[in-house]
Design a protein. Sequence first.
Lengths: 469, 491
Amino acid sequence: MTGVDWEVVIGMEVHVQPRTRTKMFCGCAVGRLGDPPNSNVCEICLGLPGVLPVINRAAVEACLKTALALGCEIPRHTKFDRKNYMYPDLPKGYQISQYDLPMSVNGQLEVGGRAVRIRRVHLEEDTGKLIHAGDKLHRASESFVDLNRAGVPLMEIVSEPDLRSADQARDYAMALRTLLRTIGASEAEMEKGQMRAEPNISIRRAGSAELGVKTELKNINSFRSLHRAILFEVARQVEVLESGGTVLQETRGWSEAEGRTFSQRSKEFAEDYRYFPEPDLPPLELDPAWIEELRRALPELPSVRNSRLVAEHGLPVADANVIAADRELADLFEGAVAAGAPARQAANWIVGEVAPTGKLPSPKNLAELVKFVSEGAITRDQGKEVLVESVETGRRPSEIVTEHGFVQLSDEGELLAVAEAVVAANPKAVEDYRSGKKQALQALMADLRRRAPQANPKVASGLLLKLLA
Amino acid sequence: MTKLIGSTAVELSKLLRARDVSAREVLAAHLERIDEVDGRVNAFLRLTPELAAAQADAADRALKAGDAGPLTGIPVAVKDVLCVRGVETTAGSQILRGFKPPYTATAVARLFEAGVVMVGVTNCDEFAMGSSTENSGYFPTHNPWDLDRVPGGSSGGSAAAVAAGAAVIALGTDTGGSIRQPAALCGVAGMKPTYGRVSRYGLIAFASSLDQIGPFARCVDDAAMTLSLMAGYDPLDATSSERPRQDVLNNYGGDIKGMRLGLPREYYDVEGIEPGVKSAVDRALQLLRDSGAEIVDVTLPHTDYGLAAYYIIAPAECSSNLARFDGVRFGMSDQDAPNIIEAYSRTRRQGFGSEVRRRIMLGTYALSSGYYDAYYLKAQKVRTLIKADFDQAFTKCDAIVSPTSPTVAFPIGSRTQDPLSMYLCDVFTLGGNLAGLPGISVPCGMSDGLPVGLQVLAPQWGENLALRVARAYETAGGGMAAMPSLLRGEG
């Protein structure tokens, strides 16, 4: 079977912790990673006898905002169901989730210009955490249960199997994070456990309409791991099929340390979850007026903003992608433009200098800086120094420029002396240039910048070229 | 002091407010009474004398300050499924032996705020599953009217405690008849409110969509007062209603002239109903007619399917509700099992009795993939039909009257080998649970020396109607001797 073209098919299940103060069904704080074990618990999330759940309105609101931002349909009626299975990290012996009437269905998310269909977005509660002395629960000599996470709200966002590569899957997850942050529904930090991506992966012969047997990957806690895990799993499935084997439908864990996936849930744990409507919670009737209010209050979505940055400000698509993917960067960009910065240069500075550091100047300061450089008052290198200092101190670029005496030297007379000194000091480079190695000019320019950092590069290189001619 | 025993809360409250007697003295009389009779009745699993003493002292202070309500200082017994902070609460099950909840059920807490004095925890069928209290994980309770007979169930301990004069009021829960049936068999009043009227927070769930908390009392007024104090919205129970609790008492003291009372033929003209029960109910119907009501024939055509639907829905919910009893966080826990699956099995096999295990298995089966549609979903459809039956009947009548139970109290052990015959005890009551209706059982005379109960069912949120009919009947002279002769005049 070697030589077959395989098509990768990926659907994503993403669990996101909505931004709430309290848990899904009780008043406990949602807490943070690293809180002492069992410090955010009460009789309700411990599942003691006789207690009842009450729905967290803030979680419902975050879920509805997410659904609206994904263009989902929101049915008038929704309900919670019990998913029954016994495990020590599940205090009640069932998880309250949503089965056949989820809070929303049929949306889509634009990723790199393609629409990925969203099947559903629903609400449920998280389970606790088990720590085993030994490897697995049924072989451990001792196990510890931490129920801080039990009952923490989760939105489950399920895509259709529309993704075709590890890159696309990662980009999808990143686009989702941007969206969630933009609308304020979640911090969506994978490293903090606020977002978990579980790709469902199968492969099939290119051109085939049938889906292959899929595996579901768990334990992925960064975009990088997501990418690596999918690449590994795809390669594994290809190898299995090409060596004449069959892919088993199973849940596989990702081991970051070993860089491989491993079979996690064997057949003996194959479950019948016996879903049925949660009798402790009446069905929810969602008020259309409330939904409308939430829809109107949504900020501009990243995909819309992206298009607008291109159309309104004439940005290159690559720059618009970077800027629109982060609400803070996009706000900075538009703020700087409003304060008078030329759009393309402002974008260039944000993509090249601001985004990599993650440290943002004020829009006004950025605008001032971009203007200094674009008008030729200071050099780009000086501009970078000014940016760093302005971000650190919050001071205006004009003050910093004055204080450091930063000016761009454009006077041909002064620069000619420097250029002559450079030519004299670098006979080898001059010789190279004259013998046809045009890149030798770079070395001469570098020496010139060392001797006169404030030199206007255009004027200086013009002078050098004259001297070399 | 014995005159304090067998009094109603209304009577005792008069004495207390007049300061003729103190809450401490009322409590002492009842603890003494428990001491005298409970060795034979076994209504109580545990007594709470320290809590009672503190509450009686608080009641006396309130009475002295003129700050007393209608139930201040009244001795109350609480069914073992209602959590009381710091008091061992076990749902009649060995699996919860030693469990002391860190919270109090809302209904109980509201009565505590109203000044009642809790004397103890009453016996019941394990997790409220049963109709005789023989399924208790501890011991059976005996009917005060005939100690060889059952008190009914599952709230048999609470019914027997009130019947025996050991408590003035007791709390029970009713999932398929577990308040009304034991009230009938013990000759006291017992009321199941509309589903959602009383918060279920702190009630150890049997079947969440059916369970309701309600009172046992020696008269309709006491039941009405107790219910009104427990009722009302609770932010901790999403299924509790925001309707004002005073609704319960709205015009309930009026007469019943011109009221139409429906007699469903399915609850009356049926096999298995004892002649003595029928003639007692006939006499009650006559008394109601004499009080100005009109008895009209109604029909509840899907009654036959109700029992089957109930025994799908209730076990399905219980199979899920009881999953938390896994030995991990509280209660009985097998510490020697080699792995978690075995630990679950051993803990639950040892901790649960056979009826509880039977229902968990029934419910698990009914919810299983491939069977869900045929069982659970179909049962829910039947439930809708049962509700429609009642809606239809209530277009022809204001309230429904019937026997509460087809039989009087039966001998202990006579039905334990035949679960189906036990399930038939609830045939007239469980429709009210499936439809979420309020219902009350009031004593309506005797059959061969054993009490018979008259059930009054009203439309949703119509507690006041059910209470009005029951009270009018009581006022017209229905009812019975105040105290079982077996225990009367002792001590």
